[in-house]
Design a protein around this ligand. Structure first.
Ligand SMILES: [Zn+2]
Length: 289
């Protein structure tokens, strides 16, 4: 019986923690002994699994436990580069990076923490890093505190932080993914609002004005001023809708799972009722009328 009861329980670390760690560290590859091929951010401060996700999913079981030294020595980097060339378009970036990688046997990798000047990890910098790239808004008054959504990272911001991101919106697969597109002008998001407007018999929720806005803040302002309805109810609904859109975006990006607009609105209805039971009175009377 170990002295400490948590011995052997593993590190409590979910996919979000891993993403934050990968985005926060820069690994200089040396002998390839200490890091994992797909999971470590060793290719220009990015993880191979983010550069070539299809390659990663194909070879997840093998590649995730391989170390670069096992793939880049022995059979040689060029052989791996040839394998990757079979799927050259999606793996082009990783292929080019590997061609320029060489190992230095006998020298250890270095890991640099990006959020401090000296490259050393501190808890305070890790805490601050969680808010980098979040959408800034002056609409704190709009947000009804008990239901404030988690921070929203979108592609335009994630791109500057080295996080995995989508160039094209995963909801409509047409437009570039930005915060404004994802939460306001995407045709998927607009369809969700149309269905919500029908459900609540309140046509003002129809996203007819979304096209004239240039930012998420502007859209929230417009939604916060809708007539003949409780502002608090609309604010809660807005947060709930944004939250479900963000979760859908993540399910498509990370888990390759897709929900239709109808099933997403089904979830929003369920959640709205649950919030009502939990104490969101204005929302409860809005959805129950
Ligand atoms: Zn879209």
């Amino acid at each position: 019986m170990p002295e400490k009861p948590w011995v052997g329980m593993g590190t409590p670390c979910n996919e979000t923690d891993k993403l934050l760690f990968a985005a926060s560290t820069e690994i200089r590859i040396r002998d390839g002994q200490k890091i994992y091929f797909c999971e470590s951010a060793w290719v220009a401060a990015r993880r191979p699994k983010d550069i070539a996700p299809d390659l990663y999913s194909m070879s997840r079981r093998i590649a995730s436990c391989m170390r670069p030294c096992q793939t880049t020595s022995g059979s040689g980097i060029s052989q791996l580069a040839q394998t990757l060339a079979c799927n050259i378009y999606s793996n082009l970036e990783l292929w080019l990076a590997l061609r320029e990688t060489s190992l230095s046997p006998g020298t250890e990798e270095t890991i640099r923490w990006k959020w401090t000047a000296n490259g050393e990890y501190t808890a305070a910098s890790a805490y601050r890093a969680q808010f980098l790239g979040s959408v800034k808004t002056d609409l704190h008054l709009l947000i009804w505190k008990p239901w404030a959504p988690p921070k929203v990272w979108t592609s335009d911001r994630l791109a500057t932080r080295g996080c995995p991101r989508n160039d094209v919106c995963p909801l409509c697969r047409t437009e570039p993914e930005t915060a404004h597109h994802l939460l306001v002008t995407c045709r998927f998001t607009k369809r969700v609002w149309s269905l919500i407007a029908e459900w609540l018999h309140y046509q003002q929720l129809h996203p007819s004005l979304s096209g004239i806005t240039r930012s998420v803040s502007e859209w929230w302002h417009i939604m916060g001023e809708l007539p003949n309805v409780s502002k608090k109810a609309v604010k809660s609904l807005l947060l709930l809708e944004n939250w479900e859109i963000w979760k859908e975006r993540n399910a498509r990006t990370f888990d390759r799972r897709e929900a239709s607009t109808i099933s997403l609105v089904g979830k929003i209805k369920e959640e709205a009722r649950a919030w009502g039971i939990a104490g969101a009175r204005h929302l409860a009377s809005f959805v129950g009328r």
